[in-house]
Design a binder for this molecule. Structure first.
Ligand code: MV4
Length: 498
């Protein structure tokens, strides 16, 4: 492999350009009309326009991407995350075009994409799965017996799902039929497949995921990432390691993740998601067959470059992970800085980045796709940058995050920066008392309460401004006589009194 086309945009495209350059590979960027001036486009060795701003006509368009690869003489394609990264048909089309697919085999993507098939394969491989059904529900009448056997509360999930769409919680027989119907209809709309199945509901678990790497000789894990701090299935903060994972538990969950990857003949970088119950039990949920947004926290505590390893493995080289069990060193935390306004229900905001001061200093990493002058639009997702810190322990990492967030200045677009500042000073978060419902319990962290001290300052400022106005008003003087041009004068007096 000599020349890699990056079928993505933003921070991950820039991350891949950098890894290519370190591996002496040329990097080819593709860009939509909205991304002409983006930093990743300038960082690449060559850039090719692939269409208008809407993703279906650019970053999701397989034909245009393959045409760009041919035009540039690329011999490999890295899909990044999102867009086409987990589409088996894209992996196949890339291989069919004679190019190297920098990702897992299409068969592994497909097996993990169907959640009921994944459950069957994981069960056969001895990977713990949540108690439930591993075949789609065909008969709503039979579903009642299955749900009773599992024990309420249960969850209805879409077989083609993932990321939280097409899921329903069911607390008793009376809710089951409705939940099956609505989940199936949502799954049909979202994935074109109405198949659903049942799982026992795990209450207030942590979300812990294991990073896996596999080359043609070895499959290894690089420990866990704690991803419980999320809102509506969007992760906001990730850490490695997890306060809830002991070295013994790490080895157990890690071994399960390695078994999961082996069961589908996995190659490259992948992530197995687990629910970690409050009693220490863990259950495989799904495997993400791509590089993930939060990969940097693993890189910092294991001293690896995961994108570099992806490039090596795709090129037929061995991964550079030494033999033996990799051990995490220190603590890493990532904040997703998004163009979402906590004061406005996390609605996406748009605009031009008028000013940007990037945090720096010991243990601080900034992976971003923006610079001063960047236009933030609604065409793509709201991730602007990832602020990642490393410290010798969790306390030092949190301290560095507080300091780095304090240094960060981003003007022109509303962001979720203030939410992060509140979170990292919160006693419960600092104590590690987190699970997937943490933010649901803490509306106080999500939205800033109006500060009464600020109201007071604003009232004084308004009074001073008013007094200043009065002082500088033009004086209207009359001697009691009806003034000439009376209507004009009356109006002038009126204006002066307002
Ligand atoms: C669950 C669960 C509780 N019990 N399954 C959400 C996304 C998808 N990956 C699976 N999800 C869940 N599955 C059972 N049996 C709770 C969730 C869940 C969740 C999981 C991971 C991270 C955040 C979450 C937020 C809400 C629900």
């Amino acid at each position: 492999m000599k020349r890699v086309l990056i079928a993505n945009r933003g921070e991950i495209a820039l991350r891949i350009v950098r890894a290519c350059h370190e591996e002496n590979l040329e990097a080819i960027a593709v860009y939509s009309a909205a991304d002409r001036a983006a930093p990743y486009v300038r960082a690449a060795d060559r850039a090719i326009a692939i269409g208008p701003a809407p993703a279906p006509e650019s970053y999701l368009n397989i034909e245009r991407l393959l045409a760009a690869a041919a035009a540039a003489g690329a011999d490999g394609i890295h899909p990044g995350y999102g867009f086409l990264a987990e589409r088996a048909v894209f992996a196949e089309a890339v291989s069919k075009a004679g190019l190297t697919w920098i990702g897992p085999p299409a068969s592994a993507i497909r097996a993990m994409g169907d959640k009921t098939e994944a459950r069957r394969r994981m069960h056969a491989a001895g990977v713990p799965i949540v108690p439930g059904t591993s075949e789609p529900i065909v008969d709503p009448g039979a579903a009642r017996k299955l749900a009773q056997a599992i024990g309420y509360p249960v969850m209805v999930k879409a077989a083609a799902g993932g990321g939280g769409r097409g899921m329903r919680v069911v607390r008793g027989d009376d809710e089951l039929a409705g939940a099956l119907a609505s989940a199936a209809s949502e799954a049909q709309k979202a994935f074109g497949d109405p198949a659903v199945y049942l799982e026992k509901l795990i209450v207030a678990p942590r979300h812990v995921e294991i990073q896996v790497l596999a080359d043609h000789e070895r499959t290894v894990h690089l420990g866990e990432r704690e991803c419980s701090i999320q809102r509506r299935h969007q992760k906001l903060v990730e850490e490695a390691p997890s306060v809830a994972v002991s070295p013994a538990l790490r080895e157990a969950v890690g071994a399960a993740a390695v078994a999961a990857a082996r069961a589908v003949d996995y190659r490259g970088a992948g992530t197995c998601e687990f629910l970690l119950a409050s009693d220490g039990g863990f259950f495989f949920l799904e495997m993400n067959t791509r590089i993930q947004v939060e990969h940097p926290v693993t890189e910092l505590v294991y001293g690896v470059d995961l994108v570099r390893e992806q490039l090596r493995i795709a090129g037929g080289l061995r991964m550079t992970i030494p033999a033996g069990t990799p051990v995490p060193h220190g603590w890493a935390i990532e904040c997703r800085i998004t163009s979402e306004d906590p004061a406005n229900g996390f609605l996406p905001s748009t605009g031009r980045v008028d000013y940007l001061r990037v945090p720096a200093g010991p243990g601080v990493r900034w992976d971003s796709g923006i610079e001063i002058g960047s236009e933030v639009t609604l065409y793509y997702d709201s991730l602007l940058a990832k602020l990642i810190v490393w410290g010798a322990d969790r306390q030092q990492a949190i301290g560095r995050m507080v300091r780095a967030l304090d240094e960060l200045v981003l003007v022109g677009v509303s962001t979720n920066q203030s939410f992060h500042a509140r979170l990292f000073t919160d006693p419960a978060f600092r104590a590690g008392e987190i699970d997937i419902q943490f933010l649901e319990r803490r509306p106080d962290l999500l939205a800033s309460a109006p500060d009464p001290a600020l109201d007071h300052d604003l009232a004084i400022a308004a009074a001073l401004a008013e007094a200043e106005e009065r002082q500088t008003r033009r004086q209207v003087v009359t001697n009691g006589e009806p003034a000439i041009g009376g209507a004009w004068l009356r109006q002038a007096r009126l204006d002066a009194l307002q």
